[in-house]
Design a protein around this ligand. Structure first.
Ligand SMILES: Nc1ncnc2c1ncn2[C@@H]1O[C@H](COP(=O)(O)OP(=O)(O)OP(=O)(O)O)[C@@H](O)[C@H]1O
Ligand SMILES: [Mg+2]
Length: 474
């Protein structure tokens, strides 16, 4: 039996050599080349069983011409290896129907296994999938840590099916962003993306909100209303904060998902659903199940594909990229154009980021406003992080008016219109207020939210956002 032939396209010879050695040790015959031109030359003269290819090659972006290669060699599985490690690369690899995608650095054993699987697939079912190269989507996810690459790979696998997804992660980690990416890059991108926040709807209104109602269905139902499920027809329904859904509504949701149909509250007609479900929560659903607060059967229905987004403190290597991303975002929104140096980033990476990416984003916007120089320094980062954690007493010596004056001076806002002054001032003064009230309530969030007259989830979100926690005195 002749050996299976593998083509390796890799311009980093140190990687090429080890990949080649690993494959030859498994009895494969290999050819290696370093450019698109050499690849095309080899492909025109040889039959290969599998091609392994890097993305950015010396002469060009290797992935752009891959679509053509795959059209000409529909039976040759292609495995993409890339050091780009962005969501974009993972998605592009999936769009051209690559057999597998390996962000560098990867495990050689995994690569060899994928090559064997690719050969097995080729022998049992010749491929020949259509290739789409019109990938133009705007991809807002930043971060190249191994943990985020796992997230990207998962997202890429979800684009051509309608499997239910459950996104888990602390507040501010990017759950909604991932849900949007799954929708806007996937096969339902032409349809609507409808988000509903279970924590924000009063329990008694949830069913009407999700399923709609007929005129007169209950007191106050003056007209007919189309629910979120129907609004999401042909698209994606994002059930946010699913852990906060009241038990009774969970039962109704489960029934809808099981039957694939809904009826409006007070209505008889059964409406067939064509909706992808993506749910998210920052709560521990398994614990809620144990406590009898979440239906286990609903959990399994939603959790077909789980995606775990790790907290920012577990991927500090993403902080630099995120910080620079938010600086350019801030500047595109009319804030001063600032840079940050490596020392500044190192200082950011040491902070706890209890509010995760959202807190980092807010902090970068604040630093942008406060900085008096173009480059945000380590010193400024430290100084501001200090004020974040400072005891309220120390900060509260000046009067409110004096603080307001200082805010104006610091931000040089007097003569700049369109500066969202109201929002900025609110954010500035909300923080000490929340700290003060939390202290008054001795850390009891329920009590604090009652004092403030805001929803407990809103409070929790804001505390996370500002990285405020209450430590009992003494
Ligand atoms: N990887 C990322 N790259 C760029 N921006 C991000 C990333 N992750 C999160 N963000 C930004 O951080 C903010 C919070 O993200 P998002 O709302 O998706 O978090 P969440 O997990 O849904 O939070 P919550 O649990 O509080 O609802 C948003 O402004 C979002 O755009
Ligand atoms: Mg969210």
């Amino acid at each position: 039996m002749s050996k299976n032939k593998i083509l390796i396209v890799e311009d980093d010879s140190s990687i090429g050599v080890v990949v080649r050695a690993a494959l030859e040790a498994e009895g494969f015959e290999t050819r290696i080349c370093e450019s698109v031109a050499a690849r095309d030359e080899l492909l025109s003269q040889n039959e290969f069983d599998v091609m392994l290819t890097d993305v950015v090659l010396r002469d060009q972006d290797g992935i752009n011409s891959l679509g053509d290669v795959m059209e000409q060699h529909p039976d040759m599985p292609v495995i993409v290896m890339s050091a780009q490690n962005t969501l974009e690369t993972a998605v592009r690899a999936s769009e051209i129907d690559a057999f597998e995608y390996f962000p560098k650095p990867f495990d050689l054993d995994d690569l060899v296994t994928a090559v064997k699987q690719a050969i097995a697939r080729r022998e049992h079912a010749p491929a020949g999938g259509e290739s789409g190269r019109d990938f133009e989507a705007n991809l807002p996810m930043v971060g190249r840590s191994p943990a985020m690459q796992d997230v990207y790979r998962m997202v890429a696998r979800l684009l051509r099916n309608d499997l239910s997804v459950l996104i888990l992660g602390e507040s501010g980690t990017g759950k909604e962003l991932v849900a949007e990416a799954i929708h806007s890059l996937g096969q339902r991108k032409g349809g609507p993306f409808i988000a509903v926040n279970m924590a924000a709807i009063p329990a008694e209104l949830i069913e009407a909100e999700l399923f709609g109602h007929e005129k007169g269905a209950f007191t106050g139902a003056v007209g007919q209303s189309i629910g979120r499920f129907e609004q999401a027809q042909g698209g994606t329904l994002f059930l946010d904060e699913i852990g906060d859904m009241p038990y009774q509504a969970q039962t109704r949701l489960l029934r809808a998902l099981q039957s694939g149909t809904i009826s409006r509250v007070g209505g008889k007609a059964s409406i067939r659903l064509d909706v992808r479900i993506v749910a998210a929560t920052n709560q521990d659903l398994e614990k809620l199940i144990e406590e009898g607060k979440f239906r286990e059967d609903l959990y399994y229905r939603l959790n077909v594909v789980p995606i775990n987004i790790p907290p920012l403190r577990e991927r500090p290597e993403d902080i630099g990229l995120l910080a620079r991303h938010f600086l350019s975002l801030a500047s595109s929104e009319g804030l001063p154009n600032r840079q940050i140096d490596e020392d500044g980033i190192a200082a950011l990476a040491k902070l706890p980021w209890r509010g995760n990416v959202r807190e980092l984003k807010n902090q970068i916007y604040r630093l942008t406003l406060i900085a008096r120089e173009d480059v945000i320094s380590e010193q400024l980062v430290m100084q501001e992080s200090g004020s974040f954690d400072a005891e309220p007493e120390a900060a509260a010596v000046c009067s409110f008016d004096a603080a307001l004056e200082q805010f104006f001076r610091d931000n040089r806002l007097q003569s700049s219109p369109g500066n969202k002054l109201y929002q900025k001032a609110l954010a500035e003064f909300e923080k000490p207020l929340l700290r003060r009230v939390l202290k008054e309530a001795r850390g009891n969030q329920l009590k604090a939210s009652a004092m403030l007259g805001i929803n407990r989830n809103t409070l929790r979100k804001k505390l996370n956002e500002y990285g405020i926690s209450f430590s009992k005195p003494g």
